[in-house]
Design a protein around this ligand. Structure first.
Ligand code: PMP
Length: 459
């Protein structure tokens, strides 16, 4: 087992490279102890949407720290937590009516699964047999055991299979690059995917399915796999036909990242449960949330039962203060509109620079959430062998002196679905000049990596 970070026992797929010791941060740059000034093209991992030195957020956290640093969420509450929950509910224009504040994306996914399950037990005629979740190929929903049951990232999942409840199955994700057949139009593709989901309900037994779970825009494992028009309404119709819930996981793609505060707003669909994280607190504190629609809230209220859940750090005061201030800034400075405008520039620059590259199969995304996928052959879309660790090589090079650009790297988690790719998802505060710099540095990383591979004839 690789231990590239002092005292770390983490998987080498997490710490691939000697972790850089950070000394300071400024704006969208990170300064290491050995003098590198790393341009963060990935906001950590779609987290640091305000960059690293927002004084207002820092002050909000300090204020909370010096008044009520902690309180037990079962006995007390803070104004920040109340206000953040209100903000989140109001941001859905009446579609969601409660918010549960948690610490991480994985935790929030666990809460969403438990809320979905509890909803069916709360009904006047309970449906306790609804315990199965249908998820998607190439999904990532977090690292805890419940979230892992949904996920499809084999290297992170397989070692724990004996511990993971076998309560989920997978259908195809929506991915025009990997899924759309030659000659098939998008409407036909949507019909095929909806039929596949319908067939899966039938295979499992519709009365046993609790919910369908999907990332609205695929994230780390699938590399910004985008829903085509009509996909989510068709999927939701299948869920409704069988009385199951729709859970959307927007931990990565949500909170403004794709050019609307919630990614589902662009999809003509409303989820029953929505999971957000990462950009919610922009990394100034760990915070995530589950938003719950009124149907589920009503089932709780009518049943008179409470949600059998509780964690020490739910609605943590400092995290809530950070999340609230981050979201107020995003609203007051209209940063979601900025994401759209900067996103158009990023799209143009990425496509013109990288699509002609002989080993770039696809450049896809929305807003400030983009992926570049590499293939050995553009026609057949055959990915590079995972043993080459192309994405890891590129990430390492990006971190080196002279390159200094952080790229979020992944290989899709398994061969044959998505090739090596990395995400370009810079902070919302980027300028056009920052984007040009990101594209230039990324281009040098890609060109030099392939030049080195060609000279060493490794493939
Ligand atoms: N869901 C999605 C879609 C994610 O991208 C992630 C993290 N990459 C998670 C859940 C888990 O979040 P966390 O790492 O904060 O637990």
């Amino acid at each position: 087992m690789a231990s590239t970070c002092k005292n770390s026992l983490l998987y080498k797929n997490f710490h691939r490279h000697p972790a850089a010791l950070l000394e300071s941060t400024s704006g969208i740059y990170l300064q290491t102890s050995d003098g590198r000034n790393i341009l963060d093209a990935t906001s950590g991992a779609a987290v640091a949407c305000l960059g690293y030195s927002n004084k207002e957020v820092q002050q909000a956290v300090i204020d909370q720290l010096t008044t009520v640093p902690y309180c037990h969420p079962g006995f007390y509450k803070t104004q920040s937590a109340d206000d953040l929950a209100d903000f989140l509910v109001q941001s859905t224009d009446g579609q969601m009516s409660k918010a549960v504040l948690c610490g991480s994306g994985s935790e929030a996914v666990e809460v969403a699964l438990k809320l979905a399950k509890t909803h069916f037990s709360n009904l006047a005629i309970p449906q306790p047999e609804r315990s199965h979740f249908i998820a998607r190929v190439g999904a990532w929903h977090g690292a805890t055991l419940g979230a892992l049951t949904l996920g499809d990232f084999k290297v992170r999942k397989d070692p724990f299979l004996p511990l993971i409840a076998q309560t989920s199955s997978r259908v195809s994700a929506c991915s025009t690059y990997r899924g759309l057949r030659k000659g098939e139009d998008e409407d036909a593709y949507v019909r095929r995917l909806a039929q596949e989901l319908d067939d899966e309900f039938q295979r499992i037994g519709p009365h046993k399915v609790c919910a369908f779970v999907a990332e609205t825009v695929g994230g780390s494992a699938s590399g910004c796999a985008m829903p085509v028009k009509g996909y989510f309404p068709a999927i939701k119709a299948v869920c409704e036909k069988y009385g199951a819930l729709l859970i959307l996981d927007e931990v990565m793609c949500g909170m403004g990242r794709t050019g609307s505060l919630h990614a589902w707003e662009q999809e003509d669909v409303v989820p029953d449960l929505l999971v957000v994280g990462k950009g919610l607190g922009a990394g100034y504190a760990p915070i995530s949330a589950v938003l719950v629609n009124s149907r589920l809230v009503n089932s709780f209220q009518k049943s008179g039962k409470s949600f059998a859940h509780g964690q020490t750090y739910m609605a943590h005061p400092q995290a809530a203060a950070a999340g609230l201030k981050v979201q107020q800034i995003i609203r007051d400075e209209d940063l979601v509109s900025r994401v759209k405008v900067m996103g158009e520039h990023l799209e143009k620059r990425l496509k013109e620079r990288f699509l002609p590259h002989p080993y770039v199969g696809d450049v896809r995304g929305r807003g400030l959430f983009w992926a570049i996928e590499f293939v050995m052959d553009k026609e057949s879309k055959v990915p590079f062998p995972s043993s080459l660790e192309l994405h890891g090589k590129m990430h390492s090079r990006g971190m080196r002196k002279g390159y200094e650009v952080a790229l979020f790297n992944a290989n899709g988690g398994y061969d044959g679905y998505a090739g090596d790719h990395f995400l370009i998802c810079p902070p919302f505060i980027v300028t056009e000049a920052d984007i040009d710099e990101i594209v230039d540095r990324t281009a040098r990383v890609i060109d030099d990596t392939f030049a080195e591979l060609a000279s060493s004839s490794v493939w």
